[in-house]
Design a protein around this ligand. Structure first.
Ligand SMILES: Cc1cc2nc3c(=O)[nH]c(=O)nc-3n(C[C@H](O)[C@H](O)[C@H](O)COP(=O)(O)O)c2cc1C
Ligand SMILES: CC(C)CC(=O)C(=O)O
Length: 383
């Protein structure tokens, strides 16, 4: 039930409050928290707030078209679900509910390697595209096996998370001695890479001990060839924040980048994703699509990221809030709110198509720089 005393939630933020009221405290803090002082969590939100929109008028917005393609697949909106571990922490159906919700809007879901349901079950419930997120495990044989299983289950892309050689210092998780309840597991790892997850230790997060044991921090550019030689799926890197890394990834023929700071959960003090986006877009220069996640809470946030060159945005915590508030229906409503708000924002800023979302629609320093670039070097139909 999503109804509050005031009726059905009207904003994504209202879902946060519902989720907070329903979840056990430790789970809420695991979802909500970030690394260190959480300055990057707040920075992601503040960066959106700083950008103002320059609405144009008299531009026939009787129909606003949100449909596009993402990595070649047709989608209903330039949105997707970011990879997050253990959706069963939010609701009993876990990732099954998530992909059903995303399928209703025909948007992609990035399923985490630490999903709490099997890839096969998730695929059986999905109608939208599925991508698989990977952490670079010491156990390369396990990695190879999950990639094969995802391919066999019809997944459409791999997303390698590159900002997590170890977990960030998440103080809320440590304070709550966060660990998984016994019934929530990582079934895709077949009991092989699952140590520590259920062990409580005061002052320490079980997930952090798990990551220290099983994620290989030696991951380097040269390792990407190993992964690419073992899959026919496109490879996306998640967690790029600089022009230098973006250019290098594009040179190596990476199929997509997610500008992400992991929702402020990794390096406290890392740049806000909206601040990093223009540099990444410029460095990539159209060689692969650029996506963004972190702090997207409204349709106007989506519009701003698209106008600065993101091809789509991915949603993290808001989807968990929807799941926690009302399972599949809650996640579906969160995604629907964002889609509908984006459509409103497009109409009200005089943008009938996604292609009309350009830096000229924004008033901020970064957009001014992007506008100057565009004048130096005319764009070749970004979408
Ligand atoms: C509870 C939680 C679990 C997450 N688990 C993963 C994960 O397993 N792999 C990953 O690459 N990112 C993970 N992330 C990060 C998200 O993919 C995404 O980068 C971030 O949540 C986006 O920011 P937002 O929550 O402000 O939308 C997680 C985020 C949260 C909140
Ligand atoms: C299990 C964790 C490694 C998942 C994660 O990336 C996160 O909590 O941010």
């Amino acid at each position: 039930m999503t109804d509050t005393a005031l009726g059905r939630p009207l904003t994504v933020e209202e879902y946060a409050r519902l989720a907070q009221a329903r979840l056990p405290g430790a789970t809420w803090h695991y979802f909500d928290g970030g690394a260190g002082t959480e300055s990057t969590v707040e920075g992601n939100l503040a960066a959106f707030r700083r950008v103002r929109i320059r609405p144009r008028v008299l531009n026939d917005v009787s129909r606003c078209d949100l449909s596009t393609t993402i990595l070649g697949d047709p989608v209903g909106a330039p949105l997707g679900v970011a990879p997050m571990a253990y959706h069963e922490l939010a609701c009993e159906e876990g990732e099954l509910a998530t992909v059903e919700a995303a399928g209703e809007l025909r948007v992609p879901t990035v399923v985490g390697i630490f999903a709490s349901r099997t890839f096969e079950d998730i695929a059986a419930h999905a109608t939208g595209p599925l991508w698989l997120q990977l952490y670079w495990l010491h156990r390369r044989d396990v990695l190879e096996r999950v990639v094969r299983r995802a391919e066999d289950a019809g997944f459409r892309a791999l997303v390698l998370t590159v900002d997590t050689p170890r977990l960030g210092r998440r103080l809320r998780e440590a304070r709550h001695g966060f660990h998984l309840p016994p019934h929530i597991t990582a079934p895709n790892l077949d009991g092989e890479v699952t140590g520590f997850l259920h062990e409580r230790k005061d002052g320490s997060s079980a997930l952090s001990r798990h990551a220290d044991a099983f994620i290989d921090p030696s991951l380097s550019w040269s390792d990407l060839d190993w992964l690419r030689s073992r899959t026919r799926l496109p490879l996306v890197l998640k967690g790029v924040l600089t022009a230098e890394d973006a250019a290098r990834a594009a040179e190596q023929g990476i199929d997509g980048l997610v500008v992400s700071n992991h929702g402020g959960r990794q390096l406290d003090g890392a740049a806000a994703t909206m601040d990093a986006l223009p540099d990444v877009v410029r460095a990539v220069a159209g060689r692969c699509p650029v996506f963004l996640d972190g702090g997207v809470r409204s349709g106007t946030d989506v519009l701003k990221a698209l106008a600065l060159g993101a091809q789509a945005v991915f949603l993290g915590r808001p989807v968990l809030w929807g799941l926690a508030a009302n399972g599949e229906a809650g996640a579906r409503h969160v995604l629907t709110l964002l889609r509908d708000e984006l459509e409103d924002a497009m109409a009200l800023s005089g943008c009938p198509s996604l292609a009309s979302l350009t830096p000229e629609r924004l008033d901020c320093e970064r957009a001014a720089a992007a506008r100057n670039d565009a004048h130096d070097d005319p764009p070749e139909g970004r979408r």
